[in-house]
Design a protein around this ligand. Structure first.
Ligand SMILES: NC(=O)c1ccc[n+]([C@@H]2O[C@H](COP(=O)([O-])OP(=O)(O)OC[C@H]3O[C@@H](n4cnc5c(N)ncnc54)[C@H](O)[C@@H]3O)[C@@H](O)[C@H]2O)c1
Length: 320
């Protein structure tokens, strides 16, 4: 293992998941948290996500011998499915419990948390001003060799590079929600990122059981969202224009492409609130009579009824 100490700044949804994958793969992992109150909130997420990871590991036993097993197993938790046995899964679970107990640390003191870190991953809320303020605070206490990454979904690393005090050691490392199953890690530098640092970040992603996906230049939305957002918008356009209903649109996509899920099933997982926020960022959203404006109204109507997706039990589909 070339990365000994990993630090996560921000113990929210994604930060917790990234930190747990780091601990799962045997790395000493410190979460830096800003207040006493954050400790309880992050600890409960650590408990919740580590339990979900262990449950998925246990559940993978049922997939052994199933021809779909190779597609459905939690890819971040089991590096190779070929030759997997229930005994090997038990060994992974026992190791995981030990690693979670020994390698996860919560720390309020910023200097202590960051000291001698090999890699620091910033997973704070998507607020550019708060991120800049944080980088400015960190730059005086970070060890010289520490690599710094941002998990930002929508902001480009070049926006922040100069505020980090180490632009050449800074890039984006972007994970997907439920990273222990959906183990993509998009690696995106800015023009000033040292290529050797970029390669180290690629190696780190692999070390924590992610599949590193390398971008050769900055791209808002990375690879995945550059494709997914327009695809989901096109589906919402067909729905709002009353061309077809969500079930038929999903069926068309699944039958014609062999994909396991259609756009509205994906929207239910992403959450309708996120879909609404993305839609409302488009300039036409404010113009009465446009399709984008109508999509906004139709999504808002569902959100107001509490139909925000899978986690609410209902979105475009009923999960109750
Ligand atoms: N949620 C996702 O599906 C997802 C996926 C990929 C990337 N991301 C990115 O990850 C980052 C975090 O997203 P999340 O979903 O985990 O958010 P979240 O709201 O769950 O967590 C944000 C964390 O940042 C902390 N924080 C907020 N402001 C702070 C400040 N001023 N100082 C210190 N800490 C502060 C909060 O206490 C919280 O722990 C964002 O940049 C987001 O774009 C999110």
């Amino acid at each position: 293992m070339s990365f000994k100490k990993v630090v996560i700044v921000g113990g929210g949804v994604l930060g917790t998941q990234i930190g747990l994958m780091s601990a799962y793969t045997g790395h000493d992992t410190t979460f830096w948290l800003r207040s006493e109150g954050s400790i309880g909130r992050t600890q409960s997420k650590v408990d919740q996500y580590s339990a979900a990871m262990l449950a998925d590991l246990e559940g993978a036993k049922k997939l052994i011998g199933n021809p779909m097993g190779a597609f459905l197993y939690p890819h971040g938790m089991i590096r190779t499915w070929e030759g997997i046995t229930a005994e090997k899964i038990d060994e992974l679970s026992a190791q995981a419990e030990q690693n979670f107990a020994e390698h996860v640390h919560l720390e309020l003191d910023l200097a202590k948390a960051l000291a001698d870190a090999d890699i620091i991953i910033e997973a704070m809320a998507e607020n550019p001003e708060a991120k800049i303020e944080m980088y400015e605070k960190m730059k005086d206490v970070m060890s010289e060799d520490s690599i710094l990454c941002t998990n930002s979904s929508t902001l480009l690393p070049s926006t922040f590079a100069e505020h980090t005090g180490r632009p050449e050691k800074y890039c984006a490392l972007h994970f997907a929600n439920t990273i222990w199953k959906n183990n993509t890690a998009e690696v995106m530098g800015h023009p000033g990122t040292d290529p050797a640092v970029y390669e180290k970040v690629v190696a780190f992603a692999d070390e924590i059981n992610m599949v590193p996906l390398q971008l050769h230049k900055e791209q808002p939305g990375y690879i995945l969202n550059s494709m997914l957002v327009p695809f989901l918008s096109a589906a919402q356009g067909l729905w709002a224009d009353e061309v077809a209903d969500p079930e038929t649109i999903d069926l068309t996509w699944r039958l014609a492409t062999g994909a396991p899920k259609g756009p509205f099933e994906i929207l239910d997982i992403v959450g309708l609130t996120t879909a609404y926020n993305i839609n409302q960022m488009k300039p036409e959203a404010q113009t009465e009579g446009t399709l984008i404006n109508k999509i906004g109204k139709m999504l808002k109507e569902k959100i107001d009824k509490g139909e925000t997706g899978v986690t609410a039990g209902k979105g475009f589909y009923d999960y109750n």
